[in-house]
Design a protein around this ligand. Structure first.
Ligand code: Z5A
Length: 225
């Protein structure tokens, strides 16, 4: 029985990591094997590329080179972590995936869509997400959340967090356009509510979109903790 690939997408501070973790917990409570992972990263090789990208070392080389590096990290992540997990029937929950490249490097970096499609063909191929949850939040609110988390952890801003408000507002528009263009794969979730309210909305979509696809999944909704 092949597993499922669920991805979380959205702008800075929208709550992707929080929601990915809450969804993993709900599924595990029901006995579902879950692999919780992230991009860039999620495999030893991809984590090395993550350091290069988030440190901003590739920024002077331009959006095209950054997109190639994100794609290289994704190829390793897919080969070493995602495809093996799906093959053994696990549900993979990934914090960011190919839509982040479409939004950050594509829409905001103004890359040729055909160039991105070519990268997707050689890296992602047929391993598209079964479901993508796009967390929608005004950029100001997301940046404020991210700033308070950074202060709590004593961290500085990374390569992408240092972009201005207009960039982050543009990202929100880009994610909305992605969700509109692929409604069968994507679901928009209002991320402004408290975490457990957002988690309930996520759970409802997961049950509606994936829970009834197999008869043994049908009790998912009734059994939600
Ligand atoms: N990137 C790219 O350009 N191209 C690509 O192809 C890929 C990525 C894959 C990775 O950063 C960067 O790489 C990312 C895009 C780029 N750059 N940025 N910016 P990362 O992995 O270091 O972090 P992130 O993915 O950007 O995470 P995030 O946006 O900073 O946060 P989040 O995961 O969406 O939110 P969170 O960590 O769950 O929550 C943030 C804070 O808000 C935290 O204190 C929570 O407790 C709080 N929170 C969460 N939910 C709520 C609600 N509902 N209410 C109130 N407070 C909340």
């Amino acid at each position: 029985m092949p597993g499922r690939l669920i991805t979380f997408e959205g702008g800075e501070g929208a709550g992707k990591s929080t929601q990915a973790s809450l969804l993993a917990g709900r599924l595990r409570t029901l006995g579902v094997a879950v692999v919780l992972t992230r991009e860039p990263g999620g495999s030893p090789g991809a984590e090395i590329v993550r350091h290069v990208l988030l440190a901003g070392a590739a920024k002077p080389l331009g959006a095209e080179v950054e997109a190639i590096l994100f794609a290289a990290a994704r190829a390793d992540h897919l080969d070493k972590t995602i495809r093996p997990a799906l093959a053994r029937g696990a549900w993979v929950i990934c914090d960011r995936f190919l839509d982040s490249t479409r939004a950050y490097q594509g829409a905001l970096g103004k890359l040729d869509p055909e160039f991105l499609r070519a990268l997707e063909r050689v890296t992602v191929g047929g391993t598209m997400p079964d479901l993508t949850l796009v967390l929608d939040l005004p950029a100001e609110a997301g940046l404020a959340r991210a700033e308070s988390r950074r202060k709590g952890q004593g961290n500085g801003v990374d390569r992408f967090e240092s972009e201005d408000l207009a960039f982050h507002a543009g990202l929100r528009d880009a994610y909305r356009a992605i969700a509109d263009a692929e409604p069968a794969r994507c679901a928009m979730i209002d991320a402004a509510a408290p975490p457990h309210t957002v988690s309930d909305a996520v759970w409802q979509v997961v049950c509606d979109r994936l829970g009834t696809a197999r008869t043994e999944d049908a009790p998912l909704l009734a059994a939600a903790p």
